[in-house]
Design a protein around this ligand. Structure first.
Ligand code: ARG
Length: 588
């Protein structure tokens, strides 16, 4: 990539001025103000500061030592000591010609691939997947795709909630209230119903609650009947989850639910006690602050009533039961021992921030030798809201099921396609509706900053105009139609050396070459919205190019060069949508 070559030249120039400097942090980024150049580095300012040099003078020295003449038409020192690089059109042309010849698609694979465990989706058994799980599934799948495209070794693990106190009520319901016909019709709905019924009965009658508790104890102590029913409930749920994953095109390498770690929980607690990380407190076992962090950063302290108070993490209740935190600690150790990952990423909603801060901190104290080798990241997200700004619910106030949501998306997309293209055969319209519907839901989820809440709005996400999946899919289909047209008039795309003559061609080329930097930024900050915005901008630049520069009507060699630009844009759009988890259509 051009940015990478510039980076290497920059680092060489710095090293020639300051032979002992660590140049690895000297990177170039797209210039925030295109007027000033294509790329920029701010690394010289920091370097100058630590060495008490005058930053602008230092920048001038580095500039003098730079050897980028064949790539840049100008290099300028700006502001406090930035260097701005402006590319030569010939360098752009060469980069695009190489891509057109199939040598790259504007990104590099990681120089040192890492093993990364990605924990996402993770719904709970005997409950339907709801929109809260949609963000984890869609975001997590996108991150897996981006990291894999960059060449990393990604292990996806669906940490389903298949253990816990809800099974007491579910078992009691199964034994006393199960409707076999309903179970055959819609098993998950029936599980949900018995859970709701028993829950209500428990609130009304403490004897029912006691019975549920007894069923739970029996399950926990290995009662064969209860274990068999529990397994059946897991199977039913997994089958339902799988149907949804298939519709979404999401795949997991492993589905190791919470129960997988049950045999390790007691040893985990014992070890935490033995190493002095946890201690007994009022009959329970907890992890407290060790005072090593400033109170503001300490996840085991909370500011209450004007002072910092203990906010311990419970890992064994006084009745001897382990919990969600214990399981996550055992899981973390298992993953480190099994896969030796350099990074573990957890994708859940923002309400679990404290949980993961505590888990990560405990792990650092418990297994420092392992913790030093891994980057632990909690990638959290906000809620999906209804039009009224409250949590997204159905009209009757129930939580919305993911399956119903996808059905509605496809139905709405079908109506739109049918209105626009009534002459297309029904099965094509259905297929277009499926891709557009699922794509629209995913894109609406990936486009906002993940940490903010967003309002779910059908009309907005299905609009053909604006920053939406249908607009991007339409841009792609339009490019494909250029090639259909070319074939129909007997024009084929020649191997082209690309010439960039007009401002629209140059603007498009400058954007194309930043695909790699964009996906790297997505991977580093876990933010797919960067890629959404990149693709939206790409579509806009392409539209401007296509309005202003004739393609099929141009003479050779311009026609082939412009066809190659169309093709490269199409390929980047397709690859970009692919890592967002969105399929493309040849025709819309
Ligand atoms: N099952 C949990 C939930 O629905 C999410 C699990 C996330 N992963 C983890 N290792 N804790 O909230």
């Amino acid at each position: 990539m051009l940015s990478r070559i510039l980076e290497q030249r920059l680092q060489a120039a710095i090293a020639s001025v300051l032979p002992d400097a660590d140049v690895s942090m000297a990177t170039v980024r797209p210039c925030p103000e295109p007027r000033f150049g294509d790329y920029q580095t701010n690394a010289l300012i920091g370097l100058a500061k630590t060495r008490k040099l005058n930053p602008r003078q230092f920048a001038e020295q580095v500039k003098a030592a730079l050897n980028v003449n064949e790539l840049c038409e100008s290099v300028e020192v700006a502001g406090a000591g930035f260097l701005n690089f402006r590319l030569r059109t010939s360098a752009l042309e060469q980069c695009l010609s190489e891509a057109a010849a199939g040598h790259h698609l504007f990104f590099d694979r990681a120089a040192s691939p890492r093993t990364i465990v990605l924990d996402f989706s993770s719904p709970n058994v005997a409950k339907p997947m709801h929109v809260g799980h949609i963000r984890s599934t869609i975001l997590g799948d996108c991150l897996a795709r981006v990291l894999r495209l960059l060449g990393h070794n990604v292990i996806t693990d669906n940490h389903i909630g298949d253990w816990g106190t809800q099974f007491g009520k579910l078992l009691l319901g199964w034994k006393t209230r199960l409707n076999k016909d309903a179970l055959a019709r819609d098993a998950l709905a029936e599980l949900e119903r018995i859970y709701r019924d028993v829950n209500a009965a428990c609130e009304a009658d403490p004897a029912v609650l006691e019975n549920a508790r007894k069923e739970l104890v029996k399950l926990q102590s290995g009662d064969p009947e209860n274990l068999a029913i529990w397994r059946q409930m897991i199977e039913i749920s997994l089958a339902e989850f799988d149907r949804i994953y298939q519709r979404l095109g999401v795949h997991f390498d492993y589905t190791l639910g919470e129960s997988f770690y049950n045999p390790r929980l007691q040893a985990t607690v014992k070890d935490l006690l033995a190493r002095g990380v946890a201690r007994e407190s009022e009959g329970a076992v907890c992890v407290f602050s060790d005072g090593s962090l400033p109170p503001k950063e300490d996840p085991f302290l909370i500011f209450r009533d004007g002072e910092w108070q203990p906010n311990p993490c419970l890992i064994l209740k006084s009745d001897g039961a382990a919990n969600y935190a214990t399981t996550d600690l055992a899981t973390l150790a298992y993953r480190m021992e099994t896969w030796q990952p350099e990074e573990i990423i957890y994708v859940t909603d923002g309400r679990q921030q404290l949980h993961f801060r505590q888990i990560f901190a405990i792990f650092r104290r418990w297994r420092p030798e392992l913790a030093n080798r891994v980057k632990l990241a909690h990638v959290w997200f906000g809620s999906i809201l209804g039009e009224d700004g409250k949590p997204f619910k159905t009209r009757s106030g129930d939580t919305i099921k993911l399956a119903d949501l996808l059905d509605e998306a496809e139905q709405r997309a079908y109506a739109i396609v049918t209105e626009k293209n009534p002459e297309l055969p029904e099965n094509s319209r259905r297929e277009i509706a499926r891709v557009v519907g699922v794509g629209a839901v995913k894109y609406a989820d990936l486009l906002p900053n993940r940490q903010s809440d967003y309002v779910f709005n059908w009309d907005k996400m299905l609009a053909l105009q604006g920053n939406t999946a249908p607009y991007l899919l339409y841009s792609y289909a339009r490019i494909r139609s250029i090639f259909r047209k070319a074939a129909s008039i007997g024009t084929s795309q020649q191997p082209a050396s690309i010439k960039l003559a007009t401002p629209e061609e140059i603007a498009l080329a400058r954007h194309l070459i930043n695909f790699g930097l964009t996906i790297e930024a997505v991977a580093n900050e876990y933010r797919p919205n960067y890629l959404c915005n990149y693709l939206f901008e790409l579509s806009g630049l392409f539209a401007r190019f296509f309005e202003n520069c004739p393609v099929l009507k141009a003479d050779e060699p311009i026609r082939s060069s412009r066809l190659a630009l169309c093709d490269l844009t199409g390929r980047v759009l397709k690859q970009g949508l692919n890592v967002l988890g969105i399929e493309v259509l040849e025709q819309m």
